[in-house]
Design a protein around this ligand. Structure first.
Ligand code: 5GP
Ligand code: ZN
Length: 106
């Protein structure tokens, strides 16, 4: 998708480091962390938000990626968050799951 910052990150246009990746998703650090650990789990496929997602299996894959990356990094306690829609605080319209752990900054 043109002009989508997360699609550009996935395509390697910004040289963003992936802390985890698989066939379905990439995980990278949030540029403006709201917690000691703040990661974003992002599907490789462009889907605007949870409202536009019709692929049940992909949702499962994304949640498994949450489990896999937290296990890989030794993160035992964390929150997950999906902002859906502008009024709920969604700023990037490419579906993503926030992983927040440690001291929170909000
Ligand atoms: P949203 O508010 O849409 O749920 O979350 C978008 C998140 O993406 C924000 O926490 C924001 O800091 C992060 N973000 C926006 N642009 C970039 C970027 O270019 N690189 C990274 N690593 N994170 C970004
Ligand atoms: Zn995108």
């Amino acid at each position: 998708m043109d002009n989508c910052v997360f699609c550009k990150i996935i395509n390697g246009e910004f040289g963003t480091e992936f802390v985890y990746e698989n066939e379905y998703a990439v995980v990278f650090k949030d540029i403006n962390p709201k917690a000691e650990v703040h990661l974003l789990v992002v599907p490789r496929k462009h889907v605007e938000s949870l409202n536009e997602l019709d692929d049940e299996a992909l949702l499962g894959k994304l949640m498994m990626a949450v489990k896999d990356v937290t296990k890989k990094l030794g993160i035992k306690s964390y929150k997950t968050l999906i902002n859906t829609g502008k009024e709920a605080g969604q700023e990037v319209f490419h579906l993503h799951i926030h992983i927040l752990s440690g001291q929170m900054h909000f």
